[in-house]
Design a protein around this ligand. Structure first.
Ligand code: SAH
Length: 257
């Protein structure tokens, strides 16, 4: 079940932090590391800090964008050291651990996303997440070292996993390979939906591309919070397709006609 969880580090500048994160993960039984556009990797400082967790670094996947890192993911938790302008569903690390394990036990793919040492995650990156996770540090000095933040979330994930019996559930054993319509839509399906939604809203004149007024961010928050599953996603896509046809003056054809 823990193999369904990937740790995503975005734009890391210090290779030592990548090594520290790998070690923190391995101590807690997590193994999948994805690096988005790291400044320096592979690097001897990463190897040194990983200590016995070199296998995690060797298996790390390096990708160009956060979108690439989230392909196939059903649930995305993004960590942030401070409040952002658009408030988002927020979890503390303990709640995040429980949610991560609950979804992983259903055979879903989960991403825990961490930001840059100096600038964290951008608003756009944070808007790709279903939930934000804040470690309740002292507000006067709220930002943890990146590898320390990875340690806190990995630890809480392990505690939740141990509390759940520390093993694969029945659901995972028997259903993990079948595509179930109740499974949450993946991030790539959600991204295609947002593109389709945006195009449709422009088509019908609801969204003015010159004055977007954070509409897409607000809609991402709404649909992200709704935990859309795969069969609901095909309904939403169907509605958009028909809306576009109607906007173009094409008549609606009932399926039985
Ligand atoms: N100045 C940046 C700090 C980044 S710290 C900012 O304000 O966002 C590097 C990364 O460590 C963050 O992007 C986040 O992934 C993680 N992190 C650090 N402190 C955290 C905290 N208190 N809660 C959650 N994540 C934290």
């Amino acid at each position: 079940m823990l193999q369904n969880i990937r740790v995503v580090l975005v734009g890391t500048s210090h290779p030592g932090n990548i090594g520290g994160a790998a070690r923190a993960m391995k101590n807690m039984g997590l193994s999948r590391l994805v690096l988005v556009d790291p400044a320096m990797f592979p690097h001897h400082e990463a190897d040194a800090r990983a200590s016995g967790a070199g296998d995690i670094l060797e298996g790390a996947q390096v990708v160009a964008t956060l979108e690439d890192a989230l392909v196939g993911c059903n649930l995305v938790l993004g960590t942030s050291a401070r409040d952002r302008r658009i408030p988002w569903p927020l979890l503390d690390p303990r709640e995040a651990g429980v949610k991560t394990v609950e979804h992983a036990a259903q055979g879903e793919e989960i991403a825990l996303v961490f930001g840059r040492e100096y600038a964290g995650l951008t608003n756009e990156e944070l808007q790709r997440c279903h939930y934000h996770v804040h470690i309740p540090s002292d507000p006067e000095f709220s930002s943890l070292n990146l590898a320390a933040a990875v340690q806190v979330l990995s630890y809480e994930t392990r505690m939740a996993w141990l509390a759940a019996g520390g093993q694969a559930t029945k659901v995972e054993k028997f259903e993990v390979n079948s595509v179930r319509s109740t499974e949450l839509a993946t991030m790539d399906e959600m991204e295609k939906f947002y593109e389709h939604l945006e195009a449709t809203l422009v088509n019908i004149g609801f969204l003015d591309p010159e004055k977007p007024r954070h509409l897409m961010a607000r809609l991402r928050r709404l649909y992200g919070r709704s935990s859309v599953n795969r069969s609901e996603m095909s309904i939403l896509r169907g509605i958009l397709t028909e809306t576009q046809k109607a906007a173009n003056g094409e008549p609606y054809k009932r399926k039985d006609q």
